[in-house]
Design a protein around this ligand. Structure first.
Ligand code: ADE
Length: 249
């Protein structure tokens, strides 16, 4: 039997997770015991009367800094009686989270995600962290949304989470290509017809058309991804033809 994957989320705002992680596929993954989500508020690990989690920065300057002790104590507590796992700090200074990292993290049995809020962490907490992740080059009010993104992207890769028809294996990005255009009924909508090839029933030609479309779309929108993809001679020739065509127009 496959062990349930445990996510422990260290946050000052556990209620933020209720909507996104308690609906739809993430909810089902918990009901099916593929994942378990635990939220732990590190404010509960403060020892002072006012339950202070932050303080002013040494050296001066604006803003506050998250104190190391509550997070340190909380980390020790959540590591007790749980399988070995990776400690991940969500921060805009981390390595940018990509599908490859989601696949790597999906192999773990236990992830501890630490979310800061408003402010930075005391540098010394980094000693207890295995990996720092950013979900993109922008600054959020806290790590919570980033932790949700990571938990979601990792969970959908676990066996049994997605149905066979929407299996994660064939996703865009797993092959470094964006998705090809998709259509459903009706055949004609506001004067726009579904491409004839998709109605032809010719499976091999449809497959070729979809791959060509995915390559074209990736070349137009994300040429950086295309560098990672192995294109055949024919596919390269096709792309060159299309490019020359559009340049002539
Ligand atoms: N905390 C604030 N901004 C963030 C980001 N972009 N990624 C991860 N954690 C964050």
């Amino acid at each position: 039997m496959i062990e349930e994957m445990l996510f422990q989320i260290l946050t000052l705002f556990p209620e933020m997770f209720n909507g996104p992680l308690e609906s739809s596929i993430m909810k089902r993954a918990q009901e099916k015991k593929i994942i378990e989500l635990r939220y732990v508020n590190y404010r509960e690990f403060t020892t002072d009367k006012h339950h202070c989690v932050d303080d002013t920065p040494y050296g001066g300057g604006s803003g506050m800094v998250l104190k190391p002790e509550p997070i340190f104590r909380c980390l020790n507590a959540v590591k007790k009686d749980t399988p070995p796992g990776r400690v991940v700090l969500l921060t805009p200074q981390g390595k940018v989270f990509k599908q490859k990292m989601a696949r790597e993290l999906a192999k773990e049995q236990h992830l501890i995600l630490i979310c800061g809020h408003y402010e930075g962490f005391d540098e010394r907490i980094r000693t207890y962290v295995d990996l720092e992740l950013s979900i993109g080059d922008y600054v959020l009010t806290g790590g919570e949304l980033a932790a949700m993104v990571v938990a979601d992207a990792v969970t959908r890769l676990l066996p049994g989470v997605l149905g066979a028809s929407d299996s994660a294996e064939y996703d865009s990005f797993t092959e470094n290509l964006l998705d090809y255009p998709q259509y459903t009924r009706p055949v004609e909508f506001e004067g726009q017809r579904v491409p004839d090839i998709l109605l032809s029933g010719h499976h091999k030609m449809i497959e070729e058309w979809r791959r060509e479309q995915a390559i074209l779309r990736t070349a137009e929108r994300r040429p950086d991804l295309l560098k990672e993809e192995q294109l055949s001679e024919e596919e390269l020739a096709f792309l060159c033809r299309k490019r020359n065509l559009t340049e002539e127009l």
